[in-house]
Design a protein around this ligand. Structure first.
Ligand code: UDP
Length: 465
């Protein structure tokens, strides 16, 4: 039988619903994975909330014909999370209202010529799996965080690691020795964010019913974790979901990140194009991190103090504790540009970029690894401290800031970490390692690579259903 990149051609009549958790860092990998599945002949309908549909800027012209969007209400059509009083209220309404609306959506497709075969869902909305099973559909969990983080949550959920942690370090087979500061914030301080703790733990409440568990990572990046975790809970690494354009220029059809919840400022690319190779520090803390006024000032002064060029993304600037005076000071330095939101992959792949100062969100970390850019990690919460631990000690592609004063990373520490990455022998080694990880990421998603094979295995399992 003719195959589509390793898959049976009869996949063309398989229809998958892809259901992301409604935030930028969860939408991006699901959209990119949807595109990859559609190159394998699977039809994908990506389902987001109505609020997200109003906020997102999507270049629909770049979507393949086998990928479409549909929308359901989570009960907060006007403001999403912000419309609910708190995260617990949001999540419980989303579960009751969202699951009813999802059932109606599945019925709509099942009464059409386009019935659903499988639901791929973000385990943060674990109840989607129960809906899929009610309809007798295949259910695939897609974890958009690293395997190591999922593994530690799995350990806690199954009582294999008791909280609160009583020792200074944690030793789990397959993971490096973890200091408390390296563990996800919901593990080292579950009482601080009880609703989020419940959110990450619930991911495993019904996972035994999932037909397959997919992770946005690649085998060689986390081989020890994948092997150890798979003994308890088999996982398939299918990442990185970074668009193939940035990995393999032979496949040019998915260049754009194309789903942005913030207004893009494309002037940054022109600005970058005027800068020498490897001379610019790219600074971004993703879509959710919000620093104090004091911390924003220290970051700005650390960047200015380095004397290097920098491009700093501050989404929705007005609400983000950056004063007009500080923006003016940056502008007067003649070195920095502060923008609202940029096409991050295009920026990271620009030759002018020499270093990425990041919060170590999983997407940003994977994207930097795939584009060979070394990092200065300023992790804040959730999975970020553990991602930063791997960046520094396992993959050796960056360093984590250490010196805090009254809970704030000092300007001196920021400047010194940037200098280490940009100017030292250690930084040169990080750059070499980063290039090696880029090669391995390309290998994983190329024809016959570990992630490509796992995607084919998943797609072929749709056929057998
Ligand atoms: N991103 C972007 N433009 C920006 C900043 C971020 O396109 O100016 C994208 C970035 O490429 C990544 C996502 O937003 O895919 C952020 O996800 P991440 O997991 O790094 O952080 P989160 O926002 O979830 O904290």
């Amino acid at each position: 039988k003719r195959t589509v990149r390793g898959c049976s051609s009869s996949n063309s009549n398989k229809h998958v619903l892809m259901i992301p958790y409604p935030s930028q860092g969860h939408l991006n990998p699901m959209l990119q994975f949807s595109k990859r599945l559609s190159t394998k002949g699977v039809k994908v309908t990506m389902v987001t909330t109505i609020f997200i549909s109003k906020t997102m800027h999507l270049k629909s012209s770049s979507l393949p014909s086998t990928l479409q969007f549909d929308f359901i209400s989570d009960g907060y059509d006007q403001g999403g999370f912000a419309q609910a009083n708190n995260i617990s209220t949001y999540l419980s309404h989303m579960e009751t209202i969202g699951s009813n609306n999802l059932k109606e959506l599945i019925k709509k497709y099942n009464f059409s010529n386009d019935p659903i075969d499988c639901v791929i869902y973000d385990p943060l909305i674990y109840w989607v799996l129960d809906v899929a099973k009610e309809f007798g559909l295949l259910g695939a969990a897609f974890f958009t965080q690293m395997s190591g983080v999922n593994y530690i949550y799995y350990y806690v959920h199954h009582g294999l690691l008791k909280l609160p942690i009583s020792s200074m370090t944690i030793s789990i087979q397959g993971l490096p020795l973890l200091d408390i500061k390296d563990t996800p914030s919901f593990v080292n301080d579950p009482g601080f964010y009880p609703a989020y703790y419940e959110l990450v733990m619930n991911q495993f409440s019904n996972i035994h019913k999932a037909d397959v568990i997919l992770v946005n990572s690649f085998y060689k990046l986390e081989d020890k974790v994948v092997d150890s975790m798979s003994k308890l809970c088999p996982i398939l690494t299918i990442g990185p979901t970074v668009p193939s354009f940035y990995l393999d220029k032979e496949i040019p059809n998915d260049k754009d990140n194309d789903l942005n919840l913030f207004q893009l400022d494309s002037s940054a690319i022109n600005w970058l194009n005027t800068k020498p190779e490897g001379s610019v520090i790219y600074v971004s803390f993703g879509s959710m991190v919000c620093f104090s006024i004091e911390q924003m000032k220290e970051i700005a002064l650390g960047l200015i103090g380095s004397g290097l060029n920098f491009l700093w993304v501050v989404p929705n600037m007005e609400g983000k504790n950056i004063s007009k005076e500080l923006v003016e000071e940056i502008s007067l330095s003649g070195k920095g540009l502060v923008v609202n939101w940029i096409p991050q992959l295009e920026v990271l792949s620009n030759k002018a970029i020499g270093c990425f100062v990041t919060h170590c969100g999983w997407n940003s970390t994977l994207e930097a690894l795939c584009l060979g850019v070394p990092m200065v990690a300023i992790p804040q919460w959730t999975d970020q401290p553990m991602n930063a631990k791997f960046v520094e000690d396992v993959w050796k592609v960056g360093i984590r800031v250490l010196v805090y004063e009254n809970g704030i990373v000092t300007r001196e520490e920021i400047e010194s970490c940037i200098r280490e990455v940009m100017e030292s022998e250690h930084g040169r080694e990080m750059r070499i390692n980063a290039k090696k990880w880029r090669e391995l990421a390309i290998e994983a998603v190329s024809l016959g690579g570990s992630s490509d094979n796992n995607i084919n295995e998943f797609v072929n399992s749709l056929n057998r259903s």
